[in-house]
Structures are given as structure tokens and as C-alpha cells.
Design a binder for this molecule. Structure first.
Ligand code: GDD
Ligand code: MN
Length: 375
């Protein structure tokens, strides 16, 4: 059993009716542990803060209730971090969708496997969702997909959007986080100081009382948060691609007008554009990944990565230039080739060494891998 002090940080907005059961179950589940409860309430009109304060005293639990005058889940959780003292911090919701009985398992799993972050996960074997509409499931999957495409740091993680997790204080200590949107875990994974992350399965329950505070507005702030954490790489890659389109077409046009046959002019134009794109992506799009390997080995890899796209570009020009025109066929070819290029480039040319994945040998956690990153 862990002898660290555990801080349980719970943000609340209108959760008065859930507080008594929440506290009762935490108290039961954490018998023998040293812990404190930090409630961060955004002046809920239903009196959540008052009930929390009373119940804390009634149950003889250690902790504090912080009342803020602003709103926002992520900023409330960050405030909770600052107000807490434990070496281990657990973040969870107040509405009992995160069963308190899972907390000791997260902590023991963290200690026994020397992890810095343990995510309570719905999407590894043994985990699940009790009652979500198909619509809500689809939204959640789509959000995970977008986040995974744009943020390479979370690619090995099945449930990076979880609101239920444990971390060591050292992960966030002294690091500035942007309290944007709902998904503070994304922020912690991307900016935090960690070596080893893993997931522990649990079943996301149905809400006991009250209703969800996730609003449509949170979807758009989620998109902004993900774009920000991705450092706008996809956008930069597209802008770079656009310069390449111009370079490619100008070169092709000039070469052909100087009498070079299309089947020779096209690959030359494509190569010039490839070097143009590599240079801009290397200096701008993937700036902070330039430390991996020598630039010329990246240039070589980049040629392989865009080889398929370039081949598609070339074949399209050869097949179609007589029917739809030179520039038209080139534009179509470029577009068809672009789609694969981004994923292949981000995965293999610039970012592959971000983190490594260690598969569990322990039967009990077969579906949970450990994501490791060198600091
Ligand atoms: N202080 C504060 N301020 N707390 C808030 C606010 C706010 O503006 N908005 C929501 N909360 C609290 C709620 O009171 C609850 O304890 C917790 O944050 C989660 O809010 P819910 O409204 O229950 O969110 P949800 O069930 O739709 O979403 C949950 O699941 C998602 C995974 O699909 C959350 O855990 C999300 O963080 C998680 O990503
Ligand atoms: Mn909820």
C-alpha cells in the first residue's frame, strides 16, 4: 500500500446531489491510505461547496473546498493542483461516472510499475462505457481520432481524453499549462515531465444525478486546444504543400516551354518541389523535431515518404495531360499525392522517436502498454 500522500482533485459545478455518495465511497475505498480531497467549485448555485464542506467534516476527511468565481473544468483542475500537497494527484469527476473504487488500483498500478501517469481507460480490455448513446460514442471516437492524427505524443494511448487519471506531482510541478477546454490530460501529456505512462481499465458509469456540463462550445474549444497542442503542424504542412504546388507548376511550365518533353520535365519539376517542401517543413513545420538524425538522412527519408505521392503525381500527369491539360493534370496529381504524404512524413521522417511503446508481459494488463519517452 502506497505511503505517499494522495491528493484527490475534483472539480464541481452543480454536483450537490452527488457529493454525499461520492465522499462515502472514497472514504470506504481509501481505507488505510493517507489522502486529502480538494474540491474546486465554481460557485455552483445549487450549494455544492457548502454540502462538500459539511460532509468533509461529518466524515472526518482531510481536505479543502475552494470556491472560484470563474468557470472552466481545466482551469479548476489546475487550481486544484496548486492547492494540493500530495506526491500523487488523482483527478476525477464528482458525478460518480468515475467509480472511487478504482482509485487504489490506479495508485498500486502506478507504484508497482514505476509509472508517472496512469490513465483510467475505457478503451483497453476490461474497460468500457455503461450507458452512452451511439451518438456520444461516435463523437468521442471522432475526437480521439482527430487528436491522435494531430498530436503524435498520444498515439500509443487508447483513452487520451479520459477525465480520470493519477499522476506524480513532479509531472506538472513548475510547468506552465494552458487551462483551455475540457481535456486537461492532453495538456499534461504533451507538456508534462514524464517518462512512463500506462492505462488501467475501468467502466465509465452512468451519471447518478444532475446532468452533463459538456456543451457544444466545449467541442470548438476542444478543436482549438488540439490545434494548439499540435502546434498547427498539419496547417503548416498544407501551406508548405501549397508553395510546392506553385514551384512544381512553374518549373513544369518553364521546362516544357523550353522544349523539354513532358515525361522528363515532370519528374524534374516534382523533384524541385520536393526539395522546396522538405526545406520548409524541416525549418518550419517540424522545427522541434529537427534534433532527430542528420538533415540529409531526413531528406532521404522524406523522398521515400513522399515517393508514393510523387509517383501518383507523375502517373496522373502522364495519363491525363493530353486529355485535361498539363497544369490541370498536374494539380490533380498533386492533390491525390498529398493526402498520404502528411501522415507518412509526420510518422516516419520527423517524429518517430517521440516515444516508444513497451508491451506488457503481465497477463493481467495485457492490453495496457507502457508509453515511454526519454526526457
Ligand atoms: N469547477 C468546475 N467548473 N467544474 C466543472 C465545470 C466547470 O466549469 N464543468 C464541469 N465540471 C465538473 C462536473 O461537475 C463534473 O464533476 C466533472 O467536471 C465532469 O463534468 P461532466 O459534465 O460530468 O462531464 P462529462 O461526463 O460530459 O465528461 C466526462 O467524460 C469525458 C470523457 O468522455 C469528463 O470526465 C471529461 O473530462 C471527460 O473527457
Ligand atoms: Mn459526467
Amino acid at each position: 500500500m502506497s505511503d505517499h500522500l494522495i491528493s484527490i482533485v475534483i472539480a464541481t459545478y452543480n454536483e450537490a446531489s452527488n457529493i454525499p455518495e461520492l465522499f462515502r465511497r472514497i472514504k470506504e475505498a481509501l481505507k488505510g491510505y493517507r489522502y486529502e480531497i480538494i474540491i474546486v467549485d465554481d460557485s455552483s448555485p445549487d450549494g455544492t461547496a457548502e454540502i462538500a464542506r459539511r460532509k468533509m467534516i461529518e466524515y472526518g476527511m482531510d481536505g479543502r473546498v475552494i470556491i472560484r468565481s470563474e468557470r472552466g473544468l481545466s482551469s479548476a483542475i489546475l487550481r486544484g493542483f496548486r492547492e494540493s500537497r500530495g506526491d500523487i494527484i488523482v483527478v476525477m469527476d464528482a458525478d460518480l461516472q468515475h467509480p472511487p473504487e478504482v482509485i487504489p488500483r490506479l495508485i498500486e498500478y502506478m507504484e508497482s510499475r514505476d509509472l508517472d501517469i496512469v490513465i483510467a481507460s475505457r478503451y483497453i480490455r476490461g474497460g468500457g462505457i455503461e450507458s452512452w448513446s451511439l451518438y456520444r460514442r461516435a463523437i468521442s471516437k471522432l475526437a480521439s481520432f482527430i487528436a491522435r492524427v494531430l498530436i503524435p505524443q498520444i498515439r500509443g494511448i487508447k483513452d487520451p481524453m479520459s477525465g480520470f487519471f493519477a499522476l506524480r506531482r513532479s509531472v506538472v510541478d513548475g510547468i506552465e499549462m494552458r487551462p483551455r477546454g475540457f481535456k486537461i490530460l492532453l495538456e499534461i501529456i504533451v507538456r508534462g515531465r514524464w517518462r512512463r505512462i500506462s492505462e488501467y481499465p475501468y467502466v465509465f458509469g452512468s451519471r447518478k444525478q444532475g446532468r452533463s456540463k459538456l456543451r457544444l462550445r466545449d467541442m470548438s474549444s476542444f478543436i482549438l486546444q488540439v490545434l494548439d497542442l499540435s502546434e498547427y503542424r498539419l496547417l503548416k504542412f498544407m501551406i508548405t504543400g501549397a508553395t510546392g504546388v506553385a514551384v512544381n507548376n512553374i518549373a513544369l511550365y518553364l521546362l516544357v516551354s523550353f522544349g523539354v518533353p513532358v515525361y522528363i520535365a515532370s519528374p524534374i519539376a516534382i523533384e524541385i518541389a520536393t526539395i522546396n517542401n522538405f526545406t520548409i517543413n524541416n525549418l518550419w513545420t517540424f522545427t522541434r523535431f529537427r534534433r532527430y538524425g542528420k538533415w540529409y538522412s531526413r531528406l532521404a527519408k522524406y523522398h521515400v515518404a513522399v515517393g508514393l505521392g510523387n509517383a501518383i503525381n507523375y502517373i496522373t500527369v502522364l495519363l491525363l495531360n493530353q486529355y485535361i491539360g498539363l497544369i490541370e493534370s498536374n494539380l490533380l496529381g498533386i492533390f491525390l499525392g498529398f493526402i498520404a504524404n502528411y501522415l507518412v512524413s509526420s510518422e516516419f521522417v520527423w517524429e518517430i522517436k517521440w516515444a516508444s511503446i513497451e508491451k506488457s508481459k503481465d497477463k493481467k494488463y495485457l492490453s495496457a502498454s507502457v508509453v515511454c519517452r526519454s526526457l
